[in-house]
Design a protein around this ligand. Structure first.
Ligand code: 13P
Length: 257
């Protein structure tokens, strides 16, 4: 049985006080979830200890980070290692977000190193992929996303793959208010699942959670999560308000899967 996940990506937002208040609001309204559904809060690094404390003893809700270093340890000023995240109690780490790829020039080789280190340290990986508008306009998005997955995940073995969740985030839908239609999301998610099946087999593909990200909000989450191959969402803007994030969590709870 594959899991549904709604993961917040706070990006570079919120003071500690604002973060504390947001998590309080989420916990106050968090519905009861079954074992196949979970919530992740991916905060900036400086929030992690505080968020960990707030989530202690809670079930179905976990702490995430938004990045980790591509090296294990040493003289890399400003970086945070996968081992440090694990030691801090983090469960999930987002790797390969389009903002990291674009603004910090992370290529597939760097992202692959991060995936390997995260897995070696026992973290769950939220692996992001997705195409820019010009790729979509040229109708080459399937090959593009397949290339990203091939380059950074195809070297893994079946046991490692179990700790990967894929997040499909079309860049043209991130923070733009322009959501992929549920048909576009379903089409790409089915493609991603077939790419995983081709390399790792049907069982691995069936177990893989594939999240959608890009202007997901309470008003479209029901429709997106109803798609057969959409197993939840990676949420930016709408995760910064407890009420909106809870609306998306409730869409996951109510999804008939
Ligand atoms: P928005 O939900 O703000 O479009 O951001 C999506 C995203 O990039 C999550 O990682």
């Amino acid at each position: 049985m594959r899991k549904m996940i709604v993961a917040a990506n706070w990006k570079m937002n919120l003071t500690l006080a604002e973060g504390r208040q947001l998590v309080e609001g989420i916990l106050a309204g968090l519905p009861e979830l079954n074992n196949e559904k979970e919530v992740v809060i991916s905060s900036p690094f400086v929030h992690i200890a505080q968020t960990m404390g707030q989530l202690k003893g809670k079930s179905h809700i976990y702490t995430g980070a938004q990045n980790c270093a591509a090296e294990a340890a040493g003289a890399y000023t400003g970086e945070v290692s996968a081992a440090m995240l694990k030691d801090a109690g983090v469960a999930y780490v987002i790797i390969g977000h389009s903002e990291r790829r674009e603004y910090y020039k992370e290529d597939n080789a760097t992202i692959t190193k991060k995936v390997n280190l995260a897995l070696a340290n026992g973290l769950q990986v939220l692996f992001c992929c997705g195409e820019a508008l010009e790729v979509r306009d040229a109708n080459t998005q399937n090959a593009f996303v397949e290339g990203q997955i091939q380059d950074s995940l195809f070297h893994l073995d079946a046991a490692q793959l179990k700790n990967i969740t894929i997040a499909y985030e079309p860049i043209w839908a991130i923070g733009t208010g322009r959501t992929a239609s549920s048909a576009q999301a379903q089409e790409m998610h089915a493609h991603i699942r077939s790419v995983i099946a081709g390399k790792f087999g049907n069982e691995a593909a069936n177990e893989m959670s594939i999240l959608y990200g890009g202007s997901c909000k309470p008003s479209n989450a029901d429709e997106l999560f109803a798609c057969a191959d959409v197993d939840g969402g990676l949420i930016g803007g709408a995760a910064l308000k407890a009420e909106e994030f809870l609306g998306i969590i409730n869409a996951m709870k109510n999804a008939k899967k």
